[in-house]
Ligand binder design. Structure first.
Ligand code: HEC
Ligand code: HEC
Length: 190
């Protein structure tokens, strides 16, 4: 009993604190959106994003492995504890539900092409059947359309390499411009 209580206290001292993350996120939400749902072009939504993915990206920005003139200086100011708390906070937010607030799909053929491209490239094998992501793999369902396209271009050009086995560079390299537009259009509307 005493041992169990000690172990629990130790774990919670080291655990991420989403409440502290909310306070720390005050400087983030001006760009990433009040509820983590971005309304700014080329700025990704973070609500419901995978906790580990958020943490890794902040570590990549901080180390210079991922470069961005806006995010790099911000990440350089963050401690490991800040990064854990921020990951826990944004992951706890409800992802955007674009099926309710979005204008009707004006390009149904592009949606259909995106659906086919997703199946052909087996995107779901890593991102999950609902594209909600998992661990170091990003949520891509409901992400901003132009940001998905930008990310795919960044992997394709090598501007962004991603973590681990660089899975995305290999996947994005053969994609055509048309496929990128179709994938972004389809995934953003999920
Ligand atoms: C001035 C606007 C701005 C502020 C403030 C800002 N960000 Fe960002 N953030 C961006 C932009 C723009 C990108 C996209 C970078 C790119 O295209 O590679 C980004 C990317 C990210 C990503 C990568 C997400 C992904 O899907 O790839 C994370 C994680 C992130 N920001 C977290 C934060 C956190 C945490 C804070 C606060 C400590 C913060 N940002 C503050 C603009 C901002
Ligand atoms: C082999 C596993 C794998 C497959 C298959 C895969 N992905 Fe990924 N994807 C990842 C990982 C891992 C990351 C995070 C990489 C990083 O750290 O930048 C990622 C990141 C992304 C991002 C960046 C998200 C963000 O918020 O920055 C997009 C967009 C994306 N993938 C789209 C796709 C699409 C579209 C497909 C199918 C054409 C696909 N992925 C197939 C593993 C995969």
């Amino acid at each position: 009993m005493a041992l169990a209580a000690w172990a629990f206290a130790n774990v919670s001292a080291a655990a991420a604190d989403a409440g502290a993350g909310k306070v720390k996120a005050e400087g983030c939400v001006g760009c990433h959106g009040e509820n983590g749902v971005s309304e700014i072009e080329s700025t990704p939504s973070l609500a419901g994003q995978s906790d580990a993915f958020i943490q890794w990206q902040l570590v990549f920005f901080r180390s210079g492995a991922r470069k961005n003139e806006v995010m790099s200086p911000i990440a350089e100011q963050l401690s490991n504890e800040d990064i854990r708390d921020l990951g826990a906070y944004f992951a706890s937010l409800k992802p955007s539900d674009h099926s309710q607030d979005r204008a009707p799909d004006n390009q149904p053929q592009l949606t259909e092409a995106g659906k086919n491209a997703v199946a052909a490239s087996r995107c779901a094998s890593c991102h999950g059947d609902d594209f909600a992501g998992n661990k170091a793999t990003a949520r891509i369902a409901g992400q901003r359309e132009e940001y998905i396209a930008k990310a795919l271009h960044d992997y394709k050009s090598g501007a962004r390499s991603g973590g681990g086995v660089a899975a995305m560079a290999e996947i994005a390299y053969p994609l055509t411009e048309q496929e990128i537009s179709a994938l972004a259009h389809y995934l953003a509307r999920l």
